[in-house]
Ligand binder design. Sequence first.
Ligand code: C2E
Ligand code: MG
Ligand code: MG
Length: 408
Amino acid sequence: MTDKSALRILVLDDEPFILKLMSRVLTNLGFTQVTTCDSGRSALDSIDHPNSPPDVILLDLNMPEMDGVEFMRHLVERHYVGSLILVSGEDERMLQTTERLVQAHKISVLGHLNKPVKPKDLSTLLDQFMSPCLSPSPVMKKSYGADEVNTAIFNGELVNYYQPKVDMTNGKVVGVESLVRWRHPQNGMVYPDQFIGVAEEYGLIDDLTRVVVDAAFAQAKTWQSKGLYLRVAINISMHNLATLAFADHVIAAAVVAGIEPDGIVLEVTESQLMKNLTAPLEILTRLCLKRFSLSIDDFGTGHSSLSQLRDIPFNELKIDQGFVHGAASNDTLRAICFASLSLAKQMGMKTVAEGVEDQEDWDFLRSTSCDLAQGYFISKPMPADEIPGWITDWEANFGNVIKPPSER
Ligand code: C2E
Ligand code: MG
Ligand code: MG
C-alpha cells in the first residue's frame, strides 16, 4: 500500500496522553485515518464495526483491564487479517517473546516498539506495511504423496546440492553439506521439507538416503581425483538408524566409491522422539568405530538435545540457525550460542554455526570459539560442478570478509 491516507490505523493504549501523542505523530507522518481507543473492549467494538476493520493496530501490552495478550486472543477469534505493532515499556525480551506468541497465532506482526516511541521507528515499521490483499500471498507448498516420492527416488529425479562449510580462522573451505533437492519434471525445484517427512512416514527414507549417500560419496571421490579434499556431510534421518542394514550400506558404499570414512560426516537430526534408542545407538557407535564422523544437527531444537549428547558419541555439534542469525544483537540468542559452544568444547567436539546470514553474524562468531561457519553469507547450496570455481573465488576474496569492521 503506497497511499498513507488510505491506511486505517487503530491505536490502543490506556493512557490518554499517549493516545494524543501517537495520533499527532501519525498525522505528521501522513497517516490520516487514525482511531484511538483507551481499552481493549472499545477497540474490539471498533474492530467489529462492519465497515472499518483497521489495517494496523498499535497495541499497548500493559493495560489494566484487558491486557495486550488477552486482546490478541480476541483478535484470533475474530480472524483478524490486519497487522500488529506491539508497543510496551517492558524490556526487549518480553517484547520479543510476545512477538513470537503473536506469530504463533498466525497474526502478522510488523514489529515492536519500546516506549517512548520514536517517530522514526514507527515510520519505518509502517513503511513495511502492505495491505494483505496486495501483499504476495504465502506460497502454498504442495504436499506430495508417497507414490510420487517413490517415483522420484527411482527415476533419478533427486539431486544433491552442496553448501560450503568454512573454517572461521583462515577462511578455508573444509567441507560441504549435501542437501537433497527434487528436480520435479513439472513443478521445478522441490525442497526437502516437502518430501523428507513423506519419505519417513511411508518407509521410503532408506531408499532415499541410499541414493543421496551413493551420489555424495561418488562426488567426494570425483573432487578428490581433482585434488580437492572436502569433508562431505550427509543428513541422516533417525529413521535410517532403525535397522542394521543401513549402516552396512553406508560402510559398503564408502568402499565402492573408494573414499575413507574419516572424510564423511553423518549429520543426525531427530524430528520425532524415537521410542527405542537402542538400535540407533548401536548403529551410530558402529559407524563411529569405522571412523565416520557423527554430527548432531539443529542442536537445541526438538529432540536434538542433551540426552542425545549423553548417549551418542558425536564429534561435531551444529548450532541451529534459529540461535545463530541475529545473535549479535540479541542477548538470549547469544547466551544460547555461548552455552552450546562451551558445552561442545568441554566434550571435545568441533562446532559449526549454521544460518550465518550476514556480516554481523559472521563478525559475532569470529569473536567466539566457533570452528566452522555455514550459511547464505558464505554461500547458498549449489550444484556439485559449481563448487571448485566457487572455492577459488571465495578463497581469493576471503581477506575482505575477515577484515575488522573498522577497516572495511
Ligand atoms: P539442515 O540439515 O539443518 O540444513 C540446513 C538448511 O538450512 C538447508 O535447507 C539449507 O539450505 C538452509 N540454509 C543454509 N544456510 C542458511 C542460511 O544462512 N539461512 C537460512 N535461513 N537457511 C539456510 P534445505 O536444503 O531446505 O534442507 C532442510 C532440511 O532438510 C535440512 O536441514 C535437513 O534436515 C533436511 N535434509 C536435506 N537433505 C536431506 C537428506 O539428504 N536426507 C535427509 N534425511 N534430510 C535432508
Ligand atoms: Mg544438516
Ligand atoms: Mg541444521
